[in-house]
Design a protein around this ligand. Sequence first.
Ligand SMILES: *[C@@H]1O[C@H](CO)[C@@H](O)[C@H](O)[C@H]1NC(C)=O
Ligand SMILES: *[C@@H]1O[C@H](CO)[C@@H](O)[C@H](O)[C@H]1NC(C)=O
Length: 481
Amino acid sequence: MKMCSLNLTSFTLIIFIALFLWSSSFESCSARESKQYNNLRQREHRAPSMLRKNEKGDLHGRKLSRFVGYAYSRTPEETTMTSSATFNVLEYGAKGDGNTDDTKAFVAAWAAACKVEGSAMVVPSGSVFLVGPVSFSGPDCQPNIIFQLDGKIIAPTSSAAWRSGLLQWIEFSKLQGITVTGKGIVDGQGSVWWNDSPSYNQRDDSVSNELRGNMPSTKPTAMRFYGSSSVTVTGITIQNSQQTHLKFDDCNNVQVFDFTASSPGDSPNTDGIHLQNSQAVTISGSTLACGDDCVSIQAGCSNVYIHDVNCGPGHGISIGGLGKDNNKACVSNITVRDVTMHDTMTGVRIKTWQGGSGSVQQVMFSNIQVKDVKTPIVIDQYYCDGGSCQNETSAVQVSDINYIGIRGTYTQQPVHFACSDSLPCTGVSLTTIELEPMGYAQPPFCWEAFGELKTATVPPVTCLQTGAPSKAKVHTNSDSC
Ligand SMILES: *[C@@H]1O[C@H](CO)[C@@H](O)[C@H](O)[C@H]1NC(C)=O
Ligand SMILES: *[C@@H]1O[C@H](CO)[C@@H](O)[C@H](O)[C@H]1NC(C)=O
């Protein structure tokens, strides 16, 4: 009797295993149709880097472990979910020799990956891929595609490869769930684009000297995400960008962590990360060294959280410039905390053009450590980047701006609040400001800035006016956000 029940159990188990094997072979058949069905070597190649990231157990571990479980786990329940296939660019004809144009192979690999939910397009390590302007566009793609980038992608340096007026080099657009991950490098080889800037100090490198001066006047962003939701960028480095390194435009639910942007401090307009019209954005654990703003937060952004970021060289972390050409700009709920900055032009800055409308509100800059920063704390409502600007009465309204724990050294001026005559800044609060000059320095400056000193500050910021501006002064902002 005992033996009988044991046999029954084994029998059930065998049926179960047989069913499982049958179902999984069925799945792999359909996946194999696209020839690039993940061979074991690729899997083994990829798994360690994913797992290594996951072991960190940081805030994002959960998110990554979902990917690990989805694509790599061998437990039966999860393996049956493996609709995910890998699409290696080498299997689509990419040479990876750094000279051959691999754009077509990338486009073909993407076209295949695009059809499979949770698939991975693989750019393997050990190769250098020359890729021209390319769009990984997905209104018709399946969700949750992983762009596994472990190799190096370089941009062409010949002007023939670029259309004039092109806004980006590598674009991901209209995707639902897109993850760019890996330890790979994206190199814009930007020096051929920077030469026209008088501030850029020409190096003696052969690339720029050979080809100077004939690139289109519009410089492309290196990697841009447009109109996408649930976007993750992690692990990768973008360097020597033609213009902005990484841009999110019209995106929702964006996570950037363990990311590196790296360009010389005098490379023109090379923002680290540029946010435009995007909501629910977290940027953390990243190192941003560039020639312009480390992070630039533009019109239409809200619920942005930036923490544990190292910035410099560069121009600091900036909201704006907003309201250029009489535009309306709405920015709210921005938190920047636990950031270190060194050798930057400004630290934390809000800049608006005269003549704009809308508002910046609910901003928190907390625990910002600065070292040799020209001007750590800036609000500039007279921003005028080049050219000459007329005085205008309308302005983007700036209110509820909180600075807590801004410490370190500056080289020019600790605090600079230049607010609008017609629409003064309100609710500016300073708590625990400890800034030491390096050599000669100017005292804090305030113009039409209202708020509160919550603690004594070093140096004293006596120019901040307490309370609120008189009613007569505050024009109502007719089209508020
Ligand atoms: C502000 O943004 C954070 C994300 O940075 C979000 O968690 C929070 O709910 C937002 N607050 C409001 C009032 O929308
Ligand atoms: C704008 O106003 C400032 C201060 O009132 C003044 O010094 C400056 O000359 C004005 N600029 C123009 C272009 O009118």
